[in-house]
Design a protein around this ligand. Structure first.
Ligand code: PEP
Length: 247
């Protein structure tokens, strides 16, 4: 059975004081042992957030695939680990669209994470024009095939997938539970095809895109939705904890 996960992507929000207050509040309020809670603060605050976190896995929104060297502005896995970061997002749609991260680059990041035995959430999802043309499954399958499905089964089993339709991220326009379930079921069926049914049952597939305390219950009740990657609603402790409690 796949782990239930609720992960907060803080993006480029909050200052150090806000970040510490948020992790302290969520640590105090959250008592769900059956849900893995994760936080992805700005990298600058990972050390502080990790040291305040109680029962929360803390990670980065991004990293670079090289181990070290002349890569100005980038972060290596070993550096993230050295300040308490345990996981990273890979391929968030904002990284793909604004920072032009290609499938090839994302594949190298996936491989670097696997080589370092470092956990990651691999993000995928279609833009609006692809959804409107009805090509969302072909598009998302291609993203997974390009940068994730090359992994051997043992390595793949450690991954978490986040399906985040780009048109729903930060827009207040959530995918309906039918739309989410349809894509999640498709992703699970591709895992069965590529690997096997046991593997497909074990990998968590999260939904992301304007998920909040009002719609999380319905989304999380879909059989193939194992949790959420939450942006805006992860910045307030009450809303984030209510989302965790939606299971
Ligand atoms: C995200 O950034 O991954 C996200 C889902 O954002 P929001 O919840 O704000 O749409």
């Amino acid at each position: 059975m796949a782990r239930k996960i609720v992960a907060g992507n803080w993006k480029m929000n909050l200052n150090l004081n806000d970040a510490k207050a948020l992790v302290q509040q969520v640590s105090q309020q959250n008592n769900r042992e059956d849900v893995t809670v994760m936080m992805f603060p700005p990298a600058l605050f990972v050390a502080d957030v990790a040291s305040e976190a109680n029962g929360i896995k803390v990670g980065t929104q991004n990293f670079y695939f090289e181990e070290k060297g002349a890569f100005t502005g980038e972060l290596a896995i070993d550096q993230i680990r050295s300040v308490g970061g345990e996981i990273s997002l890979i391929g968030h749609s904002e990284r793909r669209a604004i920072f032009a991260e290609s499938d090839e680059l994302l594949k190298r990041k996936v491989d670097a994470a696997v080589d370092a035995d470092f956990d990651f959430i691999f993000c995928c999802g279609e833009p609006l024009e692809i959804r409107e043309a009805g090509n969302q499954e072909t598009y998302v399958k291609a993203q997974l095939e390009a940068a994730l499905f090359h992994l051997p089964k043992d390595a793949f089993l450690k991954s978490v997938i986040a399906y985040e339709p780009v048109w729903a991220i930060g827009t207040g326009k959530t995918a309906s539970s039918d739309q989410a379930e349809e894509m999640h079921a498709a992703i699970r069926s591709w895992i069965v095809e590529k690997y096997d049914a046991t593997t497909a049952e074990k990998v968590s597939i999260l939904y992301g895109g304007s998920c909040n305390e009002n719609n999380a219950r319905e989304l999380f009740s879909c059989p193939n939705v194992d949790g959420g990657l939450i942006g805006g609603a992860s910045l307030k402790a009450d809303a984030f904890c209510a989302i965790i409690d939606s299971f």
